[in-house]
Design a protein around this ligand. Structure first.
Ligand SMILES: Cc1cc2nc3c(=O)[nH]c(=O)nc-3n(C[C@H](O)[C@H](O)[C@H](O)COP(=O)(O)OP(=O)(O)OC[C@H]3O[C@@H](n4cnc5c(N)ncnc54)[C@H](O)[C@@H]3O)c2cc1C
Length: 417
């Protein structure tokens, strides 16, 4: 059997390692002191803190669901919930997605939105016909909705000029309704139903930490092992000058890999083309909050720096152990000093009391128009010498957990040959 190293024990690496272990010897090399990557949680005074966001699971892919439920007992280990999301504007809660709840906005605003829609009614453009994200948002939703919600919210979360964001990258991850669908949703008062997390599964105990703990069971994982050098040898790869493998699956940050590779000049040269890809950090504050029935609250207004509150305390009763009220995560995109953003909590609903906070330097990946073509070239050149890429930062794709699992399935089949 081949010896394969999987670098990184996040959801991508753990899933791939389980799959590849069916036909090869797998060693996982993980820089941190425990597996999990972005989906790790900690218990703070016994309440569950999703250190990055608030991870819930679902998939539209039957093969992914079948594999996932092969690892867990859905009935006894998970809860199923319906997302209840809202948008906070002018101290009022408006339904999410906004374009389905226009009837909840002030009459003058609705009138301006209708003017935009009527002026736009001959527009037959599909999302892929727009040159970039900003043009799509303006063209599809009109200036009023763009300025009211889409521009401020997306500028906060992505922290960049929206005209530099290609649209192909976001297709399928955001609601992209046409004019008729928007009118229909408002007149028939339809809620959302299409998006992958409109309903979701959540572990009864320990949230996404439960998922990675289970996936890690029985795998050979070397923690506190940072892969710093990869040397191409005639018969495989030498990692950090000491450990020999036939093939490598890389789930770490692809921007850093080129500088670590020796003995494979073509691949190192191709990797030099992705060192400048942009990403966004997130700073999260875990808080005690007054109870609410919401799961997510979106915060487009520029007067608050946070862009979202995730009411993780509502995902499972065990998440609130140790606190009188409920708990939530307040998410700030970018790098912030805790002392600068903590006073912002007073601007948010729920009488928030901070419990803990976390900074994650790499949370959101940002593609440019060349990223996918460059990655395809790198993948082809690297696969020929037994080096494979996987995951949010390995493939530079805006993956959720289910997409990471789907990619792991495809890669595992490719390696099996
Ligand atoms: C705010 C936010 C909210 C989200 N919410 C959801 C959600 O609700 N549902 C959902 O399905 N998805 C969600 N996601 C997406 C989800 O987090 C990712 O799809 C998933 O965690 C990516 O896993 P990964 O294994 O590809 O990467 P990572 O989790 O980053 O794992 C990579 C691992 O590699 C290790 N590593 C890196 N470099 C090295 C090295 N040189 N040597 C050794 N080890 C190394 C790292 O330590 C890490 O453990 C969210 C993401 C964010 C940012």
């Amino acid at each position: 059997m081949k010896n394969i190293a999987v670098v990184g024990a996040g959801i991508s690496g753990l899933s791939a390692a389980r799959m590849i272990s069916q036909f090869a010897n797998v060693t996982m090399l993980e820089r941190a002191d425990r597996p999990g990557g972005l989906v790790k949680c900690t218990r703070e005074h016994d309440s569950l803190f999703h250190r990055v966001g608030g991870h819930v699971f679902n998939s539209k892919n039957k093969a992914v669901l079948d594999w996932f439920w092969g690892q867990f007992d859905q009935e006894t280990e998970f809860l199923k919930a319906k997302r209840k999301a809202a948008i906070l504007m002018d101290d009022k809660l408006i339904g999410y997605p906004l374009e389905n709840f226009l009837w909840q906005l002030p009459k003058a605003t609705v009138s301006a939105i209708l003017d935009d829609m009527l002026a736009n009614q001959g527009n037959t453009k599909k999302p892929e016909d727009y040159p970039h994200f900003e043009a799509f948002l303006r063209g599809n939703f009109g200036e009023t909705l763009y300025n009211l919600y889409f521009k401020p919210y997306n500028s906060k979360i992505w922290n960049l000029d929206l005209s530099t964001v290609p649209l192909a990258w976001l297709d399928g991850k955001l609601p992209m309704p046409n004019l008729k669908q928007m009118l229909l949703s408002n007149i028939s008062k339809e809620e959302e139903g299409e998006m992958v997390h409109a309903t979701f599964y959540y572990a009864k105990e320990n949230g996404s930490q439960f998922i990675v703990d289970r996936l890690a069971e029985g795998l050979n994982i070397k923690t506190n092992y940072s892969v710093n050098t990869l040397e191409r040898k005639a018969d495989g790869w030498l990692v950090n000058g000491v450990d020999q493998f036939d093939e490598i699956v890389w789930t770490g940050d692809i921007r850093q890999l080129g500088a670590q590779i020796t003995g494979a000049p073509t691949v190192a040269e191709a990797l030099a083309g992705v060192t400048k890809l942009r990403s966004n950090a997130t700073t999260n504050i875990f808080c005690e909050t007054d109870p609410t029935d919401l799961s997510w609250l979106y915060l487009p207004e520029t007067k608050v720096k946070a862009h979202r509150i995730i009411y993780t305390g509502n995902f499972a009763p065990s998440n609130n152990r140790g606190h009188q009220r409920s708990t939530c995560v307040v998410e700030f995109s970018g790098t912030h000093n805790y002392d600068d953003i903590a006073p912002q909590l007073a601007l948010l609903p729920g009488n928030l009391t901070p419990i803990a906070h976390n900074y994650e330097a790499n949370s959101y990946i940002i593609q440019d128009e060349y990223t996918r073509a460059r990655l395809a070239d790198i993948k082809t050149k690297s696969a020929a010498i037994g080096l494979h890429y996987l995951g949010r930062f390995g493939e530079w794709e805006y993956y959720n957990m289910d997409k990471a699992i789907e990619a792991a399935m495809e890669l595992s089949e490719k390696i099996r040959g």
